[in-house]
Design a protein around this ligand. Structure first.
Ligand code: ATP
Ligand code: MG
Length: 409
C-alpha cells in the first residue's frame, strides 16, 4: 500500500466521520433553509438550538423561523404537516428529519399573563426575535453559520447571565411562565439572572399563579434534573417564586441531590416535603410517577428502620438504589453499604413472590377453608419463613410447614 493511498483514505475517513457526527436534524434543517432561500425567502435556525450551538452543547430540537407564510412553505415542500397554521408552524418532512418551520411573528397584548391575544405574521426577523424571552434564546443562525444577534445574546452567554429581551417587567407581566424559565435556565446552565431581570421576577412573582400547572410541572421537573438543582431552588427562594407554588423549596435540601430522571426528582421533592405525596396530584404528575414515588418513599422508610428480608426482596434494585441515595443525601448513616445490601438481596432464597413453590390454589386444596384474606396472609407468612430459612422453598416442605402453621393458627 502506498503512502498516497493511505493519506487519501485518512481524508475520506475524516470527512465520513465528520458527516456522521453532524446531527441529522442539523443537516436536515440546513437543507430546509436552502430550499426556502432558493424560493426567495429568508430562513434561520432560531431559539434553543442556536443558544446550545454557541455553548457547543448538543441540541437536536432544531427550529427554523422564516419570512415565508405557512401557505408558502406548503408550496415549497411536498411533505408537510400542518400543526398550527394559525400560529405559523408547519412541519417539513422533505429532508429526512421532521423540521418545525415557523413564520416570523409578533405577539400582541397578553391579557391572561400567559398567551398572546393575537399573533401576527411579519416579514422581519428582528421583530420575531424581539418577542423571545431571553437574549440567549433570541439569536438566529444562518445556514452558513453566521449569527444574527441583535440583543447581545453571545455576550450574555459569555458572561453567564440570563437577561430578558426588552423591558423585563413588561415581559414577565405578559407571560408569567418566563420567570420560571429563567430559573430553569439558571439551574441548567449555572448562569446568574441579570439584576433587572431578577428584580422584575421578584416584582411579578405572584403572577406565576396564572400559569397552567402542567407548564409549571414541566419547568420544575427540568430544575430538579438539571446539573445545578440546588442553585435553581435557591433562585426559587430568592425570587420568591417558591412562595406562590405548592411545597417547600429549600435549597439546602438539594445540595447533594443529582439525578437525570424526573421521577427521581419528584420523589425527592416529596421526601423533603415530609413525604407529602399530595404534591404529585397538585402538580398533575402521572399515575406512573405517583406509583414510582410511593414505592421509593416506602423503600426509604424501610431502609431507615432496618429493612426486613421481605422488603429487601420486594423492592427492585433500581428502587433500592434510589432510596439508598436519598438516605445519603439526607445524611442518614445506614448499617450496610449499598453493595452489601445488594449482595444480601442476591443471596435471598427467592427473588420474587412468584418464585414461591406454592400458590393460593395449593392452599385451597390443603385446607377446608373457603377463599379469603387468609390466603394472602398465609402466602406472605410462607415468603417470610422461606426468606428467614425456617423452611425450604419446596412444595412438600411448605405443605408440612402449612399444616404446622395452620394447627398453631
Ligand atoms: P430547550 O432546549 O429546553 O427546549 P428552548 O430555549 O429551546 O429550551 P423551547 O420551549 O423549546 O425552549 O422554546 C424555543 C424558543 O422559543 C426559545 O428559545 C425562545 O426563543 C422561544 N420561547 C419559548 N418559550 C417562550 C416564552 N414563554 N416567551 C418567549 N419566548 C419563548
Ligand atoms: Mg427547544
Amino acid at each position: 500500500m502506498n503512502q498516497k493511498w493511505l493519506n487519501n483514505m485518512n481524508v475520506y475517513m475524516k470527512v465520513w466521520l465528520k458527516k456522521r457526527m453532524i446531527p441529522q436534524q442539523w443537516q436536515a434543517a440546513k437543507e430546509v433553509i436552502k430550499k426556502i432561500e432558493h424560493a426567495g425567502f429568508e430562513a434561520f435556525i432560531v431559539g434553543g438550538a442556536v443558544r446550545d450551538h454557541y455553548l457547543q452543547k448538543e441540541n437536536n430540537d432544531v427550529d427554523i423561523a422564516t419570512s415565508a407564510l405557512p401557505e408558502e412553505i406548503q408550496t415549497i415542500f411536498s411533505q408537510t404537516i400542518d400543526v398550527g397554521i394559525a400560529h405559523g408552524t408547519v412541519i417539513v418532512l422533505d429532508c429526512g428529519e421532521p423540521i418545525e418551520v415557523t413564520t416570523y411573528r409578533t405577539e400582541s397584548t397578553y391579557s391572561d399573563h400567559r398567551r398572546p391575544d393575537t399573533v401576527e405574521f411579519v416579514r422581519n426577523l428582528q421583530e420575531d426575535l424581539k418577542r423571545r424571552d431571553f437574549t440567549m434564546n433570541a439569536m438566529a443562525l444562518s445556514q452558513t453559520g453566521e449569527y444574527i444577534d441583535y440583543y447581545d445574546g453571545r455576550q450574555h452567554i459569555d458572561s453567564k447571565v440570563i437577561c430578558a429581551v426588552g423591558e423585563p417587567d413588561q415581559r414577565f407581566e405578559e407571560d408569567a411562565l418566563r420567570m420560571l424559565r429563567a430559573v430553569r435556565f439558571a439551574a441548567q446552565l449555572h448562569f446568574s439572572i441579570e439584576e433587572n431581570t431578577f428584580d422584575a421576577i421578584r416584582k411579578n412573582a405572584a403572577s406565576i399563579e396564572y400559569v397552567a400547572i402542567e407548564r409549571i410541572q414541566v419547568e420544575l421537573s427540568k430544575i430538579f434534573i438539571s446539573a445545578h438543582a440546588a442553585f435553581g431552588i435557591e433562585y426559587m427562594e430568592k425570587t420568591t417564586l417558591s412562595n406562590f407554588l405548592n411545597g417547600d423549596f429549600t435549597s439546602s435540601d438539594w445540595t447533594r441531590f443529582y439525578s437525570e430522571d424526573r421521577q427521581v426528582g419528584w420523589a425527592y421533592f416529596c421526601l423533603v416535603n415530609g413525604s407529602d405525596l399530595t404534591l404529585l396530584t397538585k402538580y398533575r404528575c402521572s399515575n406512573k410517577e405517583k406509583l414510582f414515588v410511593k414505592t421509593v418513599l416506602d423503600a426509604y422508610e424501610s431502609l431507615l428502620s432496618g429493612i426486613s428480608l421481605a422488603d429487601l426482596m420486594r423492592f427492585d434494585p433500581m428502587i433500592l438504589k434510589t432510596a439508598y441515595q436519598f438516605s445519603i443525601w439526607q445524611n442518614h448513616k445506614l448499617e450496610l453499604s449499598y453493595e452489601q445490601l445488594v449482595a444480601r438481596k442476591n443471596t435471598l432464597p427467592i427473588q420474587h413472590v412468584n418464585e414461591l413453590a406454592i400458590t393460593g390454589k395449593d392452599l385451597l386444596e390443603w385446607s377446608p377453608k373457603k377463599r379469603g384474606s387468609w390466603i394472602k396472609q398465609t402466602l406472605d407468612a410462607a415468603v417470610e419463613a422461606v426468606l428467614n430459612g425456617k423452611v425450604q422453598n419446596d412444595k412438600q416442605q411448605l405443605k408440612e410447614w402449612f399444616y404446622a402453621f395452620h394447627d398453631e393458627g
